[in-house]
Design a protein around this ligand. Sequence first.
Ligand code: ATP
Ligand code: MG
Length: 554
Amino acid sequence: MADTDKKQTGAPESASNFIHNVIDRDLERQKYGDRVHTRFPPEPNGYLHIGHAKSICLNFSTAEKYGGKCNLRYDDTNPVKEDMEYVDAIEEDVRWLGFQWDERLWASDYFDKMYEFAIQLIKKGKAFVCDLNADQIREYRGTLKEPGKESPYRNRSVEENLQLFEEMKEGKYGDGEKVLRAKIDMASPNINMRDPVIYRISHTEHHNTGSKYCIYPMYDYAHPIEDAIEGITHSICTLEFEDHRPLYDWVLQELEWEAPPQQIEFARLNLTNTVMSKRHLKALVDEGTVDGWDDPRMPTVAGLRRRGYTPEAIRDFCERIGVSKANSTVDVALLEHCVREDLKAKVESRNVVEDPIKIVITNYPEDQTEEMEIENNREVPELGNRKVPFSRELYVDGADFMEEPVKKYFRLFPGNEVRFKGAYFITCNEVIKNEDGSIKELHCTYDPETKSGSGFEGRKVKGTIHWVDAKTAVKIKIRNYDYLMIENEEGELALNPDSLGETWGYAEPAVSEAAPGERFQFFRHGYYIADAKLTTDTEKVFNRIVGLKSSWKK
Ligand code: ATP
Ligand code: MG
């Protein structure tokens, strides 16, 4: 029994998804023989986002699972909005996610065929040229409760329709002056079936067909033809097309297509704190609200990549959310959880302090530096150790000191002893202030007996903090991103004015070698990546990929 028939709870159905059940059934019945052929059909009018990633994973993985094929097909039927810059970006993103298409195709390659098919429909009395304008067509269409009215042009003769359609193509009419409509049923309870427009006039150059056409097919007419020509077996799309399926089927039935593709709808991905439509994302880019489509705060694949997300994490996320027939919103914390899970065993740790406070260890020899052995990844011993310099002057994180500690604060405060990770036990003795009352430095002492790895068991301390040697510290730029969008008081998503989180910090010297795109765990802070665009030999800019703590609850 298909999952679609179950009570819809919005719960994801992972692993065996309902789409695979449909395919299994079709294979059993040999509806398309042994073939499984899917496609990913982006419109090149923007960069891909995490919602597209879901569709990409679904289409390509389904083909993989059945030993079938998956095409990349550009839905370039709307020349006004499309741009070739996006084509390169889309391909880079699909490949980066780890998929390779069987064929790369363009809907516009089938414009001639689509035109011929339209003539076939006219000849069958199944399409007519209509002179109503857009407003009138809307008026005539009726509502969910009331049937529509037939166009006064509906009963034009086949000959007249053929001539007018040809004239439309020849450029005799202006944009919007005439349309070609399917002749179906103005009383259909499904509004999509009330004589939908299938061709419109648009005097716009097309990147592929140039000025050959000034008429362009509508999506609902073009898409089934594209799928059918390519031999797609299962045409997977999002839920809003469910009501368009009868039209999809009608087109192929009227064209007498054998074994027409099966359209299957699934719920699109929505994420908390995330706007996902290309139109909105494009506005953010065009208005300069973000630093391009690949701004690390953007939910675009390019943005997530620059932010430091891995393809493995995104694929894992898409697997976990599964496919469902019910619309729901996934907590963005799950996506963050997936990247954390992926990175935790892969990356090395580094010491970085923000909002630094200087420490002077008054009983430590002035000219001495020790190389402390520190593990690169506590959970993965194979990642080895590194040497981190330690000397009399150090920096600690601003958050690791409180002059007047609150309850249960176990880190540095006057009179308290803590462990400096990988080094010694250190006691804070005195706070030295600047004239303006701000903290200049902390005078501390160390206990040479307590050196890390020496097996010291004399006493225990409750707090462990990290540190950076002052002499060799590397100053780095850090961007602790927050969500680009947050809920306002009305519960709507609005721009977060503090999403950039720009700050700086001191890092241990090894960080000066970070290559663009290299990832680390900044110890006790989170996962970071050296920004691929802004990091140079001399300046290191790090993006916070994700913090260490998960707010995601199963
Ligand atoms: P947008 O509204 O964001 O512009 P779109 O659906 O218009 O998205 P297309 O380029 O037409 O973008 O989409 C290509 C494919 O990606 C389609 O099959 C579409 O259904 C799928 N897709 C788009 N957004 C999502 C989403 N949020 N979740 C799942 N699939 C999606
Ligand atoms: Mg679209």
